[in-house]
Design a protein around this ligand. Structure first.
Ligand code: 6GU
Length: 242
């Protein structure tokens, strides 16, 4: 996969690149490159954003600045680019990231993540240059960089060979192998600590029973999460978006 991140803060990704699975992905031939919008801005003084029409707080990333950055990188009109490449804007109102979406992105040969800053993007960027808009949850971050790292982390670790053990990304939380449920509990030595014993079944050496126990634990966690979410969710009609 060729993964490109457009940002005003490429140096924030220096730490991210040092992670084992990111280094492994690169060794396997995948790429992670950061592009600074400021390097190709057509505006003077390195300007990349502007005040919002209609007034209001904050600054908005300009559409001409993003077009220039995409053209310089891909050598084509960004309106056409999105037909052949996933071009994703990171924005709190986007489609919420989940395991199926991560799998979908991990199967793409080319992905571009566009980070906004301050009040975000001129909407024409979203409308005309992006193939997708993604959010990492229902809260607001100061910019898209941390969200881009979350997406990149989740996607890169899914690439075959990026994790040490081949099965590590197979039977994990929210995977199809666990019916989309959270992962079962893990234990390691010591088998007893302060009187807290690990479940006997895990010491039985009985693979079928261990598998069945784990699947049942996973299902139980899914049920607990569902009832917790139902209890937290305001009743229909009380939600601000209703
Ligand atoms: Cl993708 N961006 C920002 N700024 N805030 C967010 C987000 C993205 N996802 C959740 N909150």
């Amino acid at each position: 996969m060729q993964l490109d991140v457009f940002t005003l803060f490429p140096q924030w990704f220096d730490w991210f690149r040092t992670q084992r699975h990111v280094e492994n992905a690169k060794r396997l031939g995948h790429t992670l490159d950061c592009v600074n919008y400021r390097d190709t801005t057509p505006l003077s003084g390195g300007q990349v954003d502007d005040t919002p029409f209609g007034g209001g707080a904050g600054m908005v990333l300009r559409v001409d600045v993003v077009e220039a950055a995409l053209r310089a990188r891909y050598g084509c009109d960004p309106v056409e680019l999105r037909e052949r490449r996933r071009v994703i804007v990171l924005t709190p109102g986007g489609r919420q990231l989940d395991d199926p979406l991560v799998d979908e992105l991990a199967a793409e040969p080319e992905v571009t993540l566009l980070c906004g800053r301050y009040e975000g993007f001129d909407e024409r960027i979203v409308e005309h240059f992006a193939s997708d808009a993604i959010s990492i949850g229902r809260y607001v971050l100061a910019g898209g960089e941390l969200a881009a790292m979350v997406v990149a982390d989740a996607v890169l670790r899914k690439l075959p060979g990026a994790l040490g053990h081949v099965d590590s990304a197979h039977e994990e939380s929210f995977s199809a192998a666990l019916e989309g449920a959270p992962e079962y509990p893990h234990y390691t030595r010591p088998a007893e600590y302060r009187g807290w014993r690990i479940p006997d079944v895990l010491l039985s050496g009985h693979h079928r029973r261990i598998h069945d126990w784990r699947l049942e634990q996973s299902r139980e966690r899914a049920r607990a999460a569902a009832s917790r979410d139902a209890a937290q969710r305001p009743a229909a009609g009380d939600r601000p978006e209703d």
